[in-house]
Design a protein around this ligand. Structure first.
Ligand SMILES: NC(=O)c1ccc[n+]([C@@H]2O[C@H](COP(=O)([O-])OP(=O)(O)OC[C@H]3O[C@@H](n4cnc5c(N)ncnc54)[C@H](OP(=O)(O)O)[C@@H]3O)[C@@H](O)[C@H]2O)c1
Length: 305
């Protein structure tokens, strides 16, 4: 059992990571006040406050820190680039420095969106990055800052789905919430990504930490699909009406921040270093459905005030 500090514990990834890891590890979460009933210890801290990172690490003394705190809303980053810079670059750099000084294993979460999507095929870790918007640019600079502060840190580029505290954070919840109410939605046919269940992401991260991996890895699902196809897969698994999803181009959307069309990421490096393949999309989707049947979304939401 390790003591693991999870920052951003109220976020989509953080809450599922913490939930996934509590059976085997001691979890301490950090958030700014949403979590009131979580089944693990939670510290209410604004990580941007001066001295906050050092004082949390000194009081918790974790073996591992997994940083899920970020400004992860693309349009919010466009509206507030200064806050994006502080949360996505300065904060993880500070964490990496503080972890290195204390011999704490540090995992920082990045994004698939560091690429411009113009490649025909799967991106590997050596491929040229070219982030398109403020979010992606700050995430890429955050990766670089972390690895230059702590060469033993793990930085993972992810794209996950799952049940969230507010019930509306993930793309899977977007499709589910609308389809269950028999509402029509659009699904982009020209944005390709490699979704993985947040709980699978958590299990893979634990394996990476146990194996003492370090450096940059792609941690996404092994199957690529369009966002439209993802919606169809959700509809089919939950027995909802897939004809309520209209195939659309992202070019017709009103989203503010630019988005890449191809975010197929190769997981070859990670599966080779782990000695096993990453969880299949269908396995994760089945688990997402089983979670629904077993009341997991309500359980997660009951942790918040
Ligand atoms: N969602 C995706 O599909 C996706 C895709 C690619 C990469 N990622 C990356 O994955 C990571 C997690 O994303 P997510 O979707 O789980 O994010 P999220 O749901 O937006 O959660 C962000 C977390 O950061 C916390 N936070 C923000 N500012 C803070 C501050 N000043 N002090 C303390 N905590 C603060 C938030 O706490 P509050 O609740 O208090 O605001 C929240 O817990 C991010 O690095 C993101 O870039 C996500």
């Amino acid at each position: 059992m390790a003591r693991i500090l999870v920052t951003g514990a109220s976020g989509l990834l953080g809450i599922n990571l913490a939930q996934e890891m509590i059976s085997e590890h001691e979890i301490v979460g950090v958030d700014r006040g949403k979590l009131v009933n979580a089944p693990f210890k939670v510290l209410k801290v604004d990580l941007l406050d001066s001295g906050a990172v050092d004082s949390v690490l000194d009081s918790v003394q974790p073996e591992w820190l997994i940083n899920c705190a970020a400004l992860a809303d693309l349009d919010a980053c466009e509206a507030n680039p200064e806050l994006a810079r502080r949360l996505n670059i300065d904060l993880p750099a500070q964490m990496a420095r503080a972890c290195k000084a204390r011999d704490i294993s540090f995992v920082h979460i990045s994004t698939d969106a560091v690429f411009d999507g113009r490649k025909d095929g799967f991106y590997n870790e050596e491929d040229l990055t070219n982030p398109l918007g403020v979010y992606s640019k700050t995430k890429l600079d955050g990766e670089r800052a972390v690895l230059s502060e702590d060469e033993n840190a793990i930085v993972v580029r992810v794209n996950f789905y799952g049940w969230s505290l507010g019930g509306r954070r993930s793309l899977a919840e977007f499709f589910f919430n609308n389809l269950i109410d028999n509402k029509t939605v659009s699904g982009f046919t020209d944005v390709i990504f490699c979704p993985i269940l947040a709980n699978d992401t958590a299990r893979v991260l634990v394996k990476m930490l146990k194996k003492k991996l370090s450096g940059l890895y792609h941690l996404v699902g092994p199957q690529a699909m369009s966002k439209y196809q993802f919606g169809v897969e959700i509809a089919r698994r939950f027995n909802l009406d897939e004809s309520n999803i209209s195939p659309k181009s992202i070019l017709s959307s009103t989203l503010v921040a630019p988005r890449a069309h191809n975010l197929r990421l190769s997981t070859h490096k990670l599966s080779t270093d782990l000695g096993e393949s990453l969880p299949e999309f269908s396995t994760g989707l089945n688990e997402f459905y089983t979670q629904y049947e077993q009341g997991y979304p309500q359980k997660i939401r009951s942790y918040a005030q």
